[in-house]
Design a protein around this ligand. Structure first.
Ligand code: FAD
Ligand code: FES
Length: 358
C-alpha cells in the first residue's frame, strides 16, 4: 500500500508490509538502567523470526517522532521459548528511554525479522568475547548457545562502569558455576581500575589470542582499544568480529516507491532476480535502489537497516554491474565475490542479474 506524503512529496510504502506487530509479553528489570523486553511470536511468524545467536531485531518507536533502532537478542535460539532484547538507557536517547520507561506487557511493537552477522561460525569453536556495557546482550545469547548447544568454550572479558551497572551478573555467575571448564568471566570495573587502555587490554587478552575467533561489542573507544590490542597480539582481522551499537538515522520501515518510465521517470535497466527459488524479471529505474524496486513489486526481499550498515539485504551479482550508494559492512573479499547490498544497489549496466538464493 502506498500514499503520497504532504511533507515530503514522496510516494512511501506504508510500514504494514515491512514489519510485524509483536505482542510484548513481559518487561524485566535487569539493572537500574537496563530492561529486557520479551516478545510473543505467533506460530505463523515462527519461521520468519528464527534467529542465530548474536543477531538483532529492528523495532520502531511509534508516535510523532517515530524512530527505528536495532537491539540484539539476549535470548538464545532453541533454548528460550520467547524472543527477548535487552535495552540500556542512553542519556537523552529517544528510543532506549521509551523502551525502559513506557513499554509494558500487552503493548504491541512493530518489529523486523532477525538479522546480522555477529554470529559464531560454529558452536564448537573456542571463543574470546569482549563486551562493554550493553554489548553483553548478544554475548549472553552466544555464551548460552555455545555452552548448552555446542561443545566450544568461552572466555568473556566484560567491562562496566561500576558493579551496579553489570547486566546479567547473576546469570553469568550461575553459568560459570555450571560450566567451570568451559566458561571463564573476567570483570573490568571502571570505578576500580579506570578506563581499560590498549596496554591493559593487551595484557588481559594476550593469553587468549590463539582462540578460534574474537567477538567485540561495546562503546566505540573500548572496542577500538580491544581490536588494536588483538591486532598487536597477531590476531588476523578475519578472526575479529565487531558489532557497533549505533542508532539508525533513517526509518527502515518506510520504503520509497521508485518512479518507473511510465510514471515519467527515466528509462531504466532490466534486472533478473532469483529470490526464494523463483526467477523474476523487472524494470529497474536508474535512481532506485534494488530493494525498493523489489518490494514495490510485491517481492519479499530481505532487509533490516536500509542504510548499508547491516548486510541483511546482501545478494550476489551474476551478470552486469551495479554501484552502491553506501557500504559500511561488505569487505573487499565480499565485493570480489560479487556481493552487493540490495538496499544501496543502483544499476550500472542496462542488464543485470542477481541472486539472493546462494
Ligand atoms: C546491531 C545493533 C545492535 C544493538 N543492540 C543493542 C542492545 O542490545 N542493547 C542496547 O541497549 N542498544 C543496542 N544498540 C544500540 C541502539 O540501537 C541505540 O543506538 C541505542 O539504544 C540509543 O538509541 P536512543 O534512541 O536511545 O538514542 P538516540 O536518540 O539515538 O541518541 C543517542 C545519543 O546521541 C545523543 N543525541 C541524540 N540526538 C542528538 C542531537 N541532535 N545532538 C547531539 N546528540 C544527540 C543522545 O544524547 C544520546 O547520547 C544496538 C545497535 C545496533 C546497530
Ligand atoms: S538492509 Fe542493512 S545493509 Fe541493506
Amino acid at each position: 500500500m502506498s500514499v503520497s506524503t504532504a511533507e515530503t512529496g514522496r510516494d512511501v510504502v506504508l510500514p504494514e508490509g515491512a514489519g510485524h506487530s509483536l505482542l510484548v509479553r513481559d518487561v524485566v528489570n535487569e539493572t537500574r538502567d537496563a530492561k529486557t523486553v520479551v516478545f510473543d511470536v505467533p506460530d505463523e511468524l515462527a519461521e520468519r523470526f528464527r534467529y542465530r545467536p548474536g543477531q538483532f531485531l529492528t523495532l520502531r518507536m511509534p508516535g510523532w517522532q517515530a524512530a527505528a533502532r536495532c537491539y540484539s537478542l539476549s535470548s538464545a535460539p532453541d533454548l528460550d521459548r520467547h524472543l527477548a532484547v535487552t535495552v540500556k538507557r542512553v542519556a537523552d536517547g529517544a528510543v532506549s528511554n521509551w523502551m525502559c520507561d513506557e513499554v509494558r506487557a500487552g503493548d504491541r511493537i512493530l518489529v523486523l525479522p532477525p538479522s546480522g552477522r555477529f554470529v559464531p561460525r560454529s558452536l564448537e569453536e573456542d571463543l574470546l568475547l569482549v563486551a562493554g556495557g550493553s554489548g553483553i546482550t548478544p554475548m549472553l545469547s552466544i555464551i548460552r548457545s555455545v555452552l548448552e548447544r555446542g561443545t566450544g568454550s568461552v572466555v568473556l572479558c566484560y567491562a562496566n562502569r561500576d558493579e551496579h551497572s553489570v547486566i546479567f551478573a547473576e546469570r553469568l555467575r550461575e553459568l560459570s558455576e555450571r560450566y567451570p571448564d568451559r566458561l571463564s568471566v573476567s570483570h573490568l570495573l571502571e570505578s576500580v581500575e579506570g578506563l581499560p587502555t590498549e596496554a591493559r587490554m593487551r595484557g588481559l587478552l594476550g593469553p587468549f589470542a590463539g582462540r578460534d575467533a574474537a567477538f567485540l561489542c561495546g562503546p566505540e573507544p573500548f572496542m577500538d582499544a580491544a581490536a588494536a590490542a588483538l591486532r598487536d597480539l597477531g590476531v588476523d582481522r578475519e578472526r575479529i568480529v565487531v558489532e557497533r551499537f549505533v542508532s539508525l538515522t533513517g526509518d527502515p520501515f518506510e520504503g520509497t516507491r521508485p518512479r518507473s518510465a511510465e510514471d515519467g521517470g527515466e528509462q531504466g535497466a532490466r534486472v533478473t532476480v532469483d529470490l526464494d527459488g523463483q526467477r523474476h524479471e523487472l524494470d529497474w529505474p536508474r535512481e532506485a535502489h534494488l530493494l525498493d524496486v523489489l518490494r514495490s513489486a510485491g517481492l519479499d526481499a530481505p532487509f533490516s537497516c536500509r542504510e548499508g550498515a547491516c548486510s541483511a539485504c546482501a545478494c550476489r551479482v551474476t551478470a552486469g554491474r551495479v554501484t552502491m550508494t553506501r557500504n559500511e559492512v561488505l569487505e573487499e573479499e565480499d565485493l570480489a565475490e560479487g556481493l552487493v547490498l540490495g538496499c544501496q544497489a543502483l544499476p550500472a549496466t542496462d542488464v543485470v542479474a542477481l541472486t539472493y538464493d546462494e
